[in-house]
Design a protein around this ligand. Structure first.
Ligand code: ASP
Length: 351
């Protein structure tokens, strides 16, 4: 059977009863709306993140879907020009080009979509949603993803702000004292640095995760990022990889990751966290379990090496948690429920 006819077989081969079960009618009874549900959380505990969850919560408060809420919240963070780690104003790759990665997962329909190395579109999470809803694929990359976005009317724009361009130019001038970037040699003091590489940058790493449970008990999540600053052009991190930067299971909960994507990909961290929650661990414990699992792997190879990651998680009951390493600053997340906004402090490994 070729791919197309196999796809037709699956699409056409479901009996009506099976289709009704999969697409709604026979879905399990409404979840108990105990305690905190509906709820929306983000790792972005700054002002923009707080605004994002407050605005997005208005969808949940009216009985709207978790999927719509996480998209609305993420879009607010993506278009913030001050945020140098996500969407518009995100720091570029080594060529000075902003390449965005994002994924979305809808627990209710067990669907996922993602884009990677997408250039010129401020809201990659909305493009990921269209991949999920309008195609039979999960991941589109690079120029194909851009053409796809433009076919749905997205506007191609310059994603660099004055702030992100200045950071990039400073990075390029500092990169190598033997190259020709920077002031002419006769005007340059020996070993002069333009300025500290990351001075004034709020996030030179960073990503946003937005996770929600709606009043029906359905769960959705998004991860969106400009990726590691100055990355090798074409490098794709964990954010658009389902199971790594994001995972949602409608029976259990959702998890998202920030930080060194290479670790998150190798450890399938978000899937691991959701699996831990399935086995009874709280969101907080599950995030800590994932950090410990990654540390244990490196201990066997290089005991000195402590990678940098932050995980956030939310379960179906509306309980949440976050954990990060290394460092002594406790990670935070913004949480919005019917009781209002809370900034939750998680645990920092190494503190
Ligand atoms: N996880 C992102 C990536 O590896 C970067 C970050 O969160 O700092 O692309």
């Amino acid at each position: 059977m070729d791919n197309i006819s196999r796809r037709r077989f699956f699409k056409g081969g479901l009996g009506l009863g099976a289709a009704a079960f999969l697409f709604g009618k026979a879905r399990p009874a409404r979840a108990q709306t105990r305690g905190l549900v509906p709820v929306i959380v983000t790792d972005h505990a700054n002002q923009t993140g707080q605004n994002a969850v407050k605005e997005a919560f208005s969808i949940l408060a009216k009985g709207g879907r978790a999927l719509d809420a996480v998209e609305k919240g993420t879009n607010i963070i993506e278009v913030d020009p001050e945020d140098t780690s996500v969407g518009y104003g995100g720091l570029p790759n080594a060529d000075g080009v902003v390449q965005l990665d994002s994924s979305i997962m809808d627990g209710r329909t067990y669907s996922a979509g993602a884009v990677a190395s997408l250039e010129g579109i401020k809201t990659p999470s909305s493009v990921a949603r269209l991949v999920m809803e309008k195609t039979d694929h999960v991941l589109l990359v690079g120029p194909g993803a851009l053409r796809f976005a433009k076919s749905y009317g997205f506007k191609e724009e310059d994603l660099m702000t004055e702030k992100s361009r200045n950071f990039y130019l400073r990075w390029r001038e500092n990169l190598n004292k033997d190259d020709d970037w920077g002031p002419p040699d006769h005007l340059r003091k020996p070993d002069e640095k333009v300025a500290g590489l990351y001075d004034g940058i709020e996030h030179h790493t960073g990503t946003t995760n937005v996770l929600a449970v709606d009043s029906n008990g359905d769960i959705a999540g998004i991860t969106s990022t400009s990726g590691l600053a100055w990355k090798i052009p074409g490098r794709v991190g964990d954010s658009p990889i389902i199971g790594a930067g994001l995972y949602v299971d409608n029976e259990v909960g959702a998890a998202g990751a920030t930080g060194r994507g290479e670790d998150v990909i190798k450890s399938c961290a978000s899937y691991f966290i959701v699996a831990q929650m399935r086995s009874g661990r709280s969101p907080q414990q599950a995030c800590e379990d994932a950090l410990q699992m990654i540390l244990d792997k490196y201990k066997k190879v290089n005991a000195e090496f402590v990678p940098g990651e932050k995980f956030v998680a939310l379960n179906k009951k509306g309980e949440y948690g976050c954990a990060s390493m290394p460092g002594n600053r406790k990670p935070q997340m913004a949480v919005m429920t019917g009781k209002g906004l809370v900034i939750h402090e998680g645990t920092a490994f190494g503190s």
